[in-house]
Design a protein around this ligand. Structure first.
Ligand code: HEC
Length: 161
C-alpha cells in the first residue's frame, strides 16, 4: 500500500508547493499599497462606528423607542472607537490618486484640529453614556444629538459629501 501512496503524496505535495508559490507571487504583485491599506482600515472603522450608532439614530428619527440600555451600549462602544480615528489617519493618503476616499487633504495639514474633533466625539459619547444612566428621554435625545453633531463637526470640515 505504502509504496503506491507515497509517490502520490509526494506529487501532491510538490503541486501544492508550486500552487502556493505562484499564489504568493500573484499576491505580492497585487499587494495593496500602504495608502490603500490605511484607507481600507479607516473606512472599515467608520462603518463600525456608523453601525454602532444606527440604533440610536433610529431613536432620534422617531423610528424606534428610546431604550436606555441600548443607548448605554452604543455610547460606550463609540467612546472606545473614537480614539482609533486619529490612529487610522497616521498614513497620509492624499497624494495617492489611486485611493478612493472622501477624506480631505486638510486632515494632514490640520491634524491637531482633526484630533480635537475625534476627542469631541469621545466626549459626546461619554455624555451620552451618563445620560443613559439617568434614562430621562429628553436628556437622552439631547445627548444623542450631541453625538450626531460631533460626527457632523468633523465631516463638515474633513469629509467630502
Ligand atoms: C474626526 C473626524 C470624524 C469623526 C468624529 C467622524 N467621522 Fe465619519 N468620516 C470621517 C472621514 C474623514 C471619512 C472619510 C474616510 C474615507 O473615505 O477615507 C468618514 C467616513 C464616514 C463614513 C463612510 C465610511 C465608508 O467609507 O463607507 C461613515 C458612514 C461615517 N464616517 C460615519 C460617522 C459617524 C456615524 C460618526 C459619528 C458617530 C462619524 N463618522 C464621526 C471623519 C470623521
Amino acid at each position: 500500500m505504502r509504496t503506491f501512496v507515497k509517490p502520490h503524496v509526494f506529487k501532491l505535495g510538490l503541486a501544492t508547493l508550486c500552487a502556493v508559490a505562484s499564489v504568493s507571487a500573484a499576491l505580492a504583485q497585487n499587494a495593496p499599497s500602504p495608502e490603500q491599506k490605511a484607507a481600507d482600515a479607516r473606512q472599515a472603522l467608520f462603518k463600525v462606528v456608523d453601525w454602532n450608532f444606527s440604533p440610536v439614530a433610529e431613536m432620534l428619527r422617531h423610528k424606534a423607542k428610546w431604550d436606555a440600555a441600548v443607548v448605554q451600549k452604543t455610547a460606550s462602544r463609540i467612546e472606545a472607537l473614537a480614539p482609533m480615528i486619529p490612529d487610522a489617519f497616521t498614513v497620509d493618503t492624499h497624494a495617492n490618486g489611486a485611493i478612493k476616499t472622501k477624506a480631505r487633504a486638510g486632515i494632514w495639514t490640520s491634524m491637531p484640529d482633526f484630533k480635537a474633533k475625534a476627542d469631541g466625539l469621545q466626549k459626546a459619547a461619554a455624555e451620552l453614556a451618563a445620560a443613559a444612566k439617568g434614562g430621562d428621554e429628553k436628556a437622552l435625545r439631547q445627548a444623542a444629538m450631541g453625538v450626531g453633531k460631533a460626527c457632523s463637526a468633523c465631516h463638515d470640515n474633513y469629509k467630502d459629501k
